[in-house]
Design a protein around this ligand. Sequence first.
Ligand SMILES: [Fe+2]
Length: 342
Amino acid sequence: MSDLITAIRAALPDETLRERMRARAILHLPGALGAVRSVYSLDMLGAALARRAIPADHVSFYLANRKIDLEKVQAVSDGVLRPAALRTLALQGGTLVVRHLETADPEIHGLVCEAERWLQGPVLAGLVASFGASALPLHYDGEDLLIVQLAGAKLWHFHGDPEPACALPSESDPGTPEPPLAHAVMMRQGDLLYVPCGQRHRCVPQGDSLHLGLLIRNAPASRIFDDPLLTAPVQRFSGIESLPEAARRRSDLWAARRAHMLHLDLETPDPDAPGAFAIWNLSLPPAITNEGKLVAGRTSMTATPAILALIDNLRDGPQPAASLDRAALNALAAAGFVRIRR
Ligand SMILES: [Fe+2]
């Protein structure tokens, strides 16, 4: 399964992804991934639903561009999904969305672990299966999206520019006019698409369509302490198969991230204040370390020996700012890797 991450990285070099993240610009790579049918299929989804591996609160269904109340139509009963009722809904067309597919499928769990090691931040997997031309209403997501079209085709319409503050996903307010159509992309099997968080979109499936999304969390510091995903207990793998090694690695990553969060100071940094401390900050948006470059949020810098030595120091815990190489400290603070507190 990590073959998929290898294929994504071959088609989308880190430097290109960094540029697109910085510019918050869509990137469509037609046919970039070759054969992807085996990654996940409707049959696998049906089997996962049948063995109750997917919790009801991870599933939503849209018909005629409106979200269906699954309890009301009795596709959820006593908090449990009813696969036969979902099948009946699917026969009417519409779109089924599964969030956190990594908690239901060991292969997808492994893929998400691999993506988290690559992107150095929380990633979740979403599956979108369409059975007709109807999909979600115009909305934007709170995550950067890497979309892999697994089967069929889907037309994506992008409206306006990305929202600057996109921490929370939002369906468009029906009272406000839609931003104009800015761009359209036809996704076909094997295509890869990058969409920055906050970019409004609406999809028109061309008949049956299945895509997998890697959703890269993009957590602004102002929301770090109350972001439900970042502060919630680590999601346990709920499939039948057990994955102790992968689950441990994933838990380690989250634990490290939380430890950094505890050190994060949201007060105005003041590097020149007497007694100022420097704190290594890994809790902001996707950070990629590759080829001697460090990236956090929308900035990047070259990791010189002085900078790497300073990072090593800070990994042991907060350090007095006065004891550190000032040029390297200033460079790291300006790029968002280090916070200063008193
Ligand atoms: Fe979306």
